[in-house]
Design a protein around this ligand. Structure first.
Ligand SMILES: O=C(O)C(=O)C[C@]1(C(=O)O)C=C[C@@H](O)C=C1
Length: 288
């Protein structure tokens, strides 16, 4: 079972794969871009793929919705992973020797308070957090700091100069588990839909009212531009279902109110550990 991930060993995608496929032997296809992950699932080079879709600090990875559409992928699961970024350097380096900081653009966004505080660092975007940690170790770079996971520091033998540098302690990324083809499983508690409506007054609210009338909890709504129809939007919604049959009812009611409607996936609703107040106290700010 080959699983495509964005990034290398120690990346957050690697950790999301471990989390989702617990106790299974992971045959990872480590790729350096989200589009390569999508393509690898589409061509069936990989059976599954993991793709970050939103982060609690930095927001949605909008281009990833486009990739799901372009490669006609299905969502078969989700993972919420608490993200704790560490500022790490070569074991022989120190604050004084560091002139650059490298990381994945989403990780840089999540640590922008740290970067503002250390504004003398030149900032560089990399393909993933772990590959920068690997580069520092492989090439003995003593002027570059990486923003990456604790697992990356362990794998590549780097020294952590400052732990938990994300803007707030509670930071989490949601990942989709994707497949080329998938039919609805026997039971599921979440569904992701994509629809568009006409440009008429109340068109969107009419659809949303049907969701509310069925007492369905909408966990997320995201508008995504339709590339070949300027200023038209597709809406992606993630809905929590207390029983599966509600989906049929909902589709029946909203189909006449939409101009296109597609099920992107039916899967189990995952719990985000950071909403557990005991494990993640609300007031703990790391950077002020
Ligand atoms: O660079 C990594 O380690 C990744 O797994 C990518 C990624 C992302 O795409 O958002 C995953 C989780 C974090 O939000 C930061 C970066």
């Amino acid at each position: 079972m080959k699983i495509a991930i964005q990034g290398t060993l120690g990346s957050y995608h690697h950790q999301a794969a471990i989390e989702f496929f617990t106790n299974q032997n992971l045959d990872l296809n480590k790729l350096d871009s989200f589009s390569k992950v999508a393509k690898s699932i589409h061509t069936e080079e990989s059976e599954f793929g993991i793709m970050a879709i939103e982060n609690s600090i930095a927001g949605t990875l909008l281009p990833n919705y486009r990739l799901i559409t372009r490669y006609n992928l299905k969502i078969v699961g989700e993972v919420y992973l608490p993200i704790h970024h560490q500022f790490m350097v070569h074991p022989e380096a120190d604050w004084e020797s560091i002139t650059e900081v490298h990381s994945h653009p989403m990780a840089l966004l999540q640590c922008d308070k740290f970067l503002e505080k250390n504004s003398h660092f030149k900032i560089f975007e990399s393909s993933d957090t772990a590959s920068t940690a690997k580069l520092i170790a492989d090439k003995n770079l003593k002027n570059i700091g990486a923003i990456a996971s604790k697992l990356s520091a362990e794998i590549y033998g780097l020294k952590i100069l400052q732990p938990d540098i994300q803007n707030i302690y509670k930071n989490s990324t949601r990942f989709f588990v994707l497949k080329k083809n998938a039919s609805a499983p026997d039971s599921f508690s979440k569904v992701s839909l994509k629809f568009s409506t006409s440009h008429e007054k109340g068109a969107l609210v009419n659809v949303l009212n049907e969701i509310s009338n069925l007492d369905i909890n909408m966990k997320k709504i995201q508008s995504v531009p339709i590339v070949d129809e300027p200023w038209q939007y597709a809406f992606h919604v993630d809905l929590e279902l207390d029983f599966d049959r509600k989906l049929e009812l909902l589709l029946e009611r909203i189909r006449p109110k939409t101009t296109s409607l597609e099920i992107l996936g039916c899967y189990q609703n995952a719990v985000d550990p950071i909403v557990d107040v005991k494990a993640y106290p609300t007031s703990l700010e790391t950077i002020n």
